[in-house]
Structure formats: structure tokens, C-alpha cells
Design a protein around this ligand. Sequence first.
Ligand code: GTR
Length: 427
Amino acid sequence: MKKLCLIFPFFFLFNVAFAQTKEAFVPNYEESKVPIFTLPDPLQTFEGRPIRSAKAWEAEGRPELLDFFTQQVYGAVPEQLEITSRKLIEQSNDALGGKAHRKQVKLTFEQNGRRLDCHILMYLPKGTQPATVFLGYNFYGNHTVTTDTMVHIPEAWSRNNAAFGVEDHKLTAQSRGVRVNRWPIEKIINAGFGLATVYYGEIDPDRDNFSDGIHPFFYKDGQEQPTENEWGAISAWAWGLSRVMDYLEEDQDVDSGQVIVMGHSRLGKTALWAGATDQRFAAVISNNSGCGGAALSKRQYGETVSRINDQFPHWFCKNFHAYSKNEAALTADQHELIALVAPRPVYVASAVDDQWADPKGEFLSAYHAGPVYDLYGKNGIPTAEMPGLDAPIHNTVAYHIRTGGHDVKAYDWEQYIEWAKAQLKDR
Ligand code: GTR
């Protein structure tokens, strides 16, 4: 008995200490528990000056917000680095049974004795050149988006995935075609669009390790990771999309004024940031991008700022960690990230079973970007009421919530294609 009495307090103390360090995260999925907050007004500067015209937005509002997201959320790109070489490594005029032209281009970056290769896989419709293209990163290599055996398999590090046969962080032919469901290339080609895709891990492996990928290209002597306001992985991936755009500007087969940047989930966050920072992208699509993407951070519904910073400490800049459990301190919220895309078309898409990404927060973000689109006479989302399931709104700011979960479905692509046709035709 005496022994038990001695052990018990230790046991109790240990448990309390453990509970404090490893507090379980319980996501909120109840609308009634969403905290009361004031959403910052994109038509007011941080000092409270009203913004009444597109000119004032471009002179004051936009630069201030862009700076906020750069310094506090995604992180600044330290320096410029241009493509060292571009090489057409493979092409066929007979892809997809003769419907498409396939091209694979290797971009190489070199600096300080380092070298990084990234491969662009393109399918372009025959007869509609230069083509309007969708540009999007894929999660597991270009060879996963098609069963086409000519497609290059990346050598870059990958997250393991038993279902896709990815072991020891190495991509192999076993994963050829495993993501065809997310990339309906034939449908895209039949609609007269092209597709360009790149494996995101070639620009920066998605792990908490700043010694690989593009980050070290810019380190000062002795530096081992980005400083407080320097780029996390999302910003590095967005940088990569801009370099792909540099290449597309030189490619005669592509209409570089008509490139639609698209991404799902973490790559949807990336597409939004790329569209905000690089105005050469003609339109932006965010598919189920959630926290740190389209969803409003201040709602703290589903995934939160603290959870995302804990789980993925490398995605955002270090300054963003100061907002973990401190969303009230955010001077701007994600609707203003969407506003940075204005006046260009932007599409925010949710899925009803993807509550982790907070569909309502994604919708409200799209809705509250509207006042900035109004300055340009462009149509935002007309009401703050969410549309029904599978009832898309195809304005300059577009939105849908579809049946099903966190994924890119045929339904999503059908909407993107139809909307892009209408939005881009008379730009
Ligand atoms: C989840 C993460 C989300 C989303 C997703 C994905 O684990 O919590 O923010 O980015 O990954 O990219 O698939």
C-alpha cells in the first residue's frame, strides 16, 4: 500500500506533464462554436483609409496585403534565379491516339555548385495552337497522371505511399497511372485546352528539411534554413510555378497570356499564392485548399493555424507560427489572398465531406473577396448564402461545393473547363 502511494503521485505528475506537451487536437466542426471575429475589410488600408477605386487598390491596398502575406504567412523569395537551361527531352505528335502533342521539357537551375532539374509534362491539343493551358503540380510524379509509358519518372524524394508502391522515398514505374482519376487529360484536350504538369517534389521535397530542394540555393554562408520571413515550402512551390511560366512564355505552342494555374489541397494553397504573386497567371483554381489556402483562418473550423504549423512546420514562413492559437492577431485573412488575384478569374471549390478544409470558410473567403472585384466591374459571388450541393456559381469569382470528399473529381474538371471557356474567351 505504502509503495502504491509513492508511485501514484509520480504517475499522476507524469500524465499531467505528458498531457501538457502532447495536447490532442480536437477539430471544431460545429458552426455554433466558431468564434466571433471581425473580418478585415479589403477596401480599407491597415491604417483605416478607405480604398474607393481600382487605382487606389493597386497603389495602396494590394501592395500592403501582398507584403503582409509575404512577410507573415508564406515567406519571401530571397533572390531571383533564372532557368539555367531548358531542354526538350521527349515529344510525340501522336499522343492520345493522335489527338495531342506530348512534350517533356527539362528545366535546370544551377547556383553555388548546386543543380536542380524539374520536368514539365505537356499535352497540347492539335490544331488549336497556341493553346490555353491548365498548369498544375502533381503529388507523385508526372508518370502518375497518365499510363503513357514514355513519361519520365522523377528522381526526386517522394513521400512514401504503400498503395502507390512508393517505398524508401523513391518513385518507380509501379506508380505509373495511379493518379489518372485526377487528371482527365483526354477531356481537357477534347475541350481544346492543354495541360502542363510538374512533380512538386522536384522543386522542394515535402518534408521538414530545408537542406534539399530549392531553398539552399540562396543560403548565405553558414545558413541552414530560411530566416523568419523567408519562404516556406508553399512559397518555394509557387516560385517553381513562376519559373515554369517563364518557360511557357518562350514556348510557341502555348498562349502564355492564357495560363490557368490549378492545384489541389496543399497545392491549391500553392496555386493561390502563385496567382497572387505572379500576375502573368490568367486565372487561378483552388481545389479543396482549406487552411492556409482559401479557408478563413479566423473561423478556426476543421484544420487550424496551430494544427497546420505543428503538422507541417515547413509549409509557411516561421513568422506565421506566431499566429498559432492567435488568429485574432492576423491583420489580414484569406479572403484578401483571393482578392490579390483580382481582377483575374478565380475559382474556389469545396467538397461537402471535406469538413477538415472548412467548405463554409472557403465559400466565405470567395464571397468576401467580392468588393475588390467590384472595383473592376467584375462579378463576385452574389450572396453570402452558400449554394446547394453541385450547384456551381460561375462568375469571375466562382465557387462550387460538390458531393464527396477531399479529391479532384471529374465533376470538378467539368466545371473548371466550362468556366475557363467562358472567362478566358474575351480577355
Ligand atoms: C492535409 C493537410 C491539409 C491539406 C492536405 C493535402 O494533411 O492538413 O491542409 O493540405 O493535407 O495537401 O492533401
